[in-house]
Design a protein around this ligand. Structure first.
Ligand SMILES: [Zn+2]
Length: 210
């Protein structure tokens, strides 16, 4: 075989391989219809009420995932610089994971957040993952809890490789340590109550479950 033919064949094989990868990403995920409806409802968890409840005590291991397994907190929420998220760090360029099942509502560069992903969940919360070296999901895609979201990185305004992780209600961030125990990378077993107050601000309360 001539060198030209061999080269053409190689290129074709490479193209076919990449094409099959692209196709594989587009395969639909088996998400129940009821869950789609619940995420639709979660667009405005206060549509016809001023309070909603999430029973984290009932969550099975398939229903939640720590967003960056093995990570330590290197900057908590709040403080003097009004940090809007929790900075989580591992030793490498590790995979960030969907905290709960849901829909990708944003994936792309987003100002100081760098490569950013926002997920909307059926439970009424949203989660945000930023400074990714690369996003692994597309807008409109459905994820199970634990599915890869991106690769930990340093894009946007970031010092060192880390994940800036936010938990939100209707775009308003709250301290993720209210729902995750960052010491042991675990979900806090509790009845979590979010109340919209008269002045529009949110109040978070919780009842521990035995
Ligand atoms: Zn941060």
């Amino acid at each position: 075989m001539s060198r030209v033919l061999l080269c053409l064949l190689l290129h074709f094989l490479l193209f076919a391989f990449h094409f099959s990868l692209l196709m594989a990403q587009d395969e639909p995920v088996d998400i129940d219809e009821w869950q789609v409806m619940r995420v639709e409802a979660a667009k405005d968890p206060f549509a016809n009420r001023d309070q909603f409840t999430i029973n984290f005590a009932n969550y099975t291991v398939e229903e939640w995932c720590y967003p960056l397994p093995g990570a330590k907190v290197n900057s908590p929420f709040g403080g003097a610089r009004h940090h809007g998220g929790t900075d989580l760090q591992t030793f490498g360029n590790d995979t960030t994971r969907a905290a709960f099942a849901g829909e990708v509502i944003l994936s792309g560069p987003y100002f100081a957040y760098g490569n950013c992903v926002i997920l909307r969940h059926a439970n009424g919360l949203e989660t945000l993952y930023s400074h990714h070296s690369r996003n692994l999901v597309k807008v409109g895609q459905w994820l199970h809890a634990g599915d890869p979201v991106g690769l930990e990185g340093q894009t946007g305004r970031a010092t060192g490789i880390h994940l800036h992780f936010e938990t939100r209600v209707k775009g308003q961030p709250f301290d993720s340590s209210r729902i995750f125990n960052h010491e042991n990378n675990a979900l806090i077993r509790q009845i979590f109550v979010v109340t919209k107050q008269k002045n529009g601000s949110l109040r978070f309360t919780s009842a521990k479950v035995e």
